[in-house]
Ligand binder design. Sequence first.
Ligand code: NDP
Ligand code: MG
Length: 379
Amino acid sequence: MKKLIILGSTGSIGTQALDIVRANPDKYTVTALAAGSNAALLEAQAREFKPVVVALFDEKAADDLKIKLADTDIKVLSGADGVCALATSEGDMVLNAIVGIAGLRPTLAAIEAGKTIALANKETLVTGGEIVNRKLKEKGVKLLPVDSEHSAIFQSLQGAPCGSLKKIILTASGGPFFGKTRNELQNVTVKEALNHPNWSMGAKITIDSATLMNKGLEVIEAVHLFGVPASRIEVTVHRQSILHSAVELSDGAVIAQLGTPDMKLPIQYALTYPERDMCFESLDLFKVGMLTFERPDMDTFRLLPLCIEAINRGGLYPTAINGANEESVKLFLEGKIKFLQIAELNEKAMNMCENKSDFTVEDIFAADAAARAVVRESI
Ligand code: NDP
Ligand code: MG
């Protein structure tokens, strides 16, 4: 029995992880569940999976949950500290499926407590990659990628000799606006941006997929996970989302992982690694018929090259563009800015970042706050 701590259990990744647990009651137990503010769903999950402890970031929602769960002996924690404490509670593995930089501190707390990490929260590595990698080494802790592309890269590298990775081929679906011109993107609506062709995901990452910010964040994530510079990561638009990414090895062999676009496989692989488990849906290549690969349009979708610039500049630049993006996506979802303003605001905030090459977690949160302020004050 593997004891799981799931952070972000009410979200897209979190609920799919719980589907896996539900299908395998003999393999997993859930010891802890945390979310942001969704007390109703967390209550239902707590009653079904019977964890020892639950937490909500939102203090008021946590008070509400405490009342709802008063007839059980499940402990209820609250606030950012409560979520971090829960990440270090009894359990073998922490699945971090929180959205945004809010996931960074819980990841660090879990590593400190020696827990194996299954990481969906890419913002952890985008903002704190250097610190996380140092801590993983220091504590001898394993971190397994859940993001489908990074899971594919990780799977493709199984058995590859150390030092043989020449290039990463990172695939992108292209999102709902692939092929559109800047002019055509002027007035796109929130509804259109949320209409992803292949994946059903949380709102923030769906908008990031429409702007290609998600692919930019994933380049930075790959730099930290696999120790290669951005210059050795090639982004290719692959509309079918069947080839989830690939690696080119020193002898020119290209190894890829293919599958249906279903996050359950990468989530499950992180939970069972190095073992393999049940199959949710077989890939039928005859049904797929054709796999296509095209270059991304870096002029229209500026956030991809801007993220590459951020990681090449290093230091706090990735944190700045990530923080600005969290803020501008929120404003876009609230209907307060236009689609193309997301990239403009992110670029402005990144360029105003006061960089430090050697930085602490506090510096990261200060850079994040400064970038968010630039965005808010610019509209
Ligand atoms: P969702 O928006 O669907 O879910 C986010 C989860 O995080 C919810 O449970 C939410 O709780 C919780 N949450 C938000 N803020 C906090 C906080 N401060 N403290 C604790 N919990 C919090 O997002 P996704 O599941 O789509 O994405 C989660 C992460 O996984 C992101 O980093 C994303 O980039 C990454 N990812 C997602 C993929 C996908 O297919 N969805 C694919 C690859 C990566 P509440 O419901 O209460 O708000
Ligand atoms: Mg991905």
